[in-house]
Design a protein around this ligand. Sequence first.
Ligand code: NAP
Length: 252
Amino acid sequence: MNRSRRVLILGGTGEARALAGLLAKEKGLRAVTSLAGRTAAPELPPGEWRSGGFGGAEGLATYLEREAIGLVADVTHPFAAAISRNAAEACRRTGTAYIRLERPAWRPERGDRWQEVENIARAATALPISARAFLTIGRRDIAAFFARTDTNILARMIEPPDNPLPSHVEILLARPPFSLEGELALLKERGITVLVCKNSGGDATKAKLAAARKLKLPVIMVERPEKPAAPFAATPEGLSDLVLELIKPPRR
Ligand code: NAP
């Protein structure tokens, strides 16, 4: 097992930025955050960072060895499945410690009208005929809804999609966090009849669920993909403790 005190944080989330901030305070430990490089104006983490894919598990394994990484903290989004799979595999091959942040999933509460579906394609077919849907699934997956020309879609995302959209799809650009008041006003003003979202968990985007509950709107909830089994924590603080436990300072 490689015992280097250099940590690679796989990022792209608020928790990854928080972990980078916590680790930056630790003497003798060097952390670098990796971003996928998809967004033109990403929120940057404190400390060292890099951007862009590694080239699959093999490319990542080469990077881990070249940079003498002792531990990979996977703090990617719950729906970023490929990078987590690659990271677990690259760590196995190189004998690097691999740990994950597991953000707890949202659970339906009393009054919720959720239909859970296993992927985005199923969410698109589950939309009721002539629905006025509010989509909060990001910009990459909205193509699954292009064939539903019987519906009207309002899709919220941080940056616009790369390709032109069909006329039944409208984009709303906004960055979380979102408030309950704001979500209620939006759903009412736009006459939304159904909400479609991924079970991302976390507080920054959960107000829409409370708003849907209040307005008695149905929610089509896309379930999470499976992530590799690994030691995990639910918060950046918990994960920071795990990092320090696994990468102990050398004995004097
Ligand atoms: P993905 O499908 O799991 O990954 C696709 C490819 O993108 C990976 O194979 C890898 O390329 C590259 N990649 C992903 N995350 C990376 C990282 N942190 N550093 C370097 N390369 C990375 O991931 P995704 O769903 O496209 O998400 C991309 C990024 O956006 C992630 O960092 C994720 O945390 C963030 N994000 C995703 C969502 C979502 O809903 N999926 C939401 C919010 C934020 P190579 O194979 O070339 O290494």
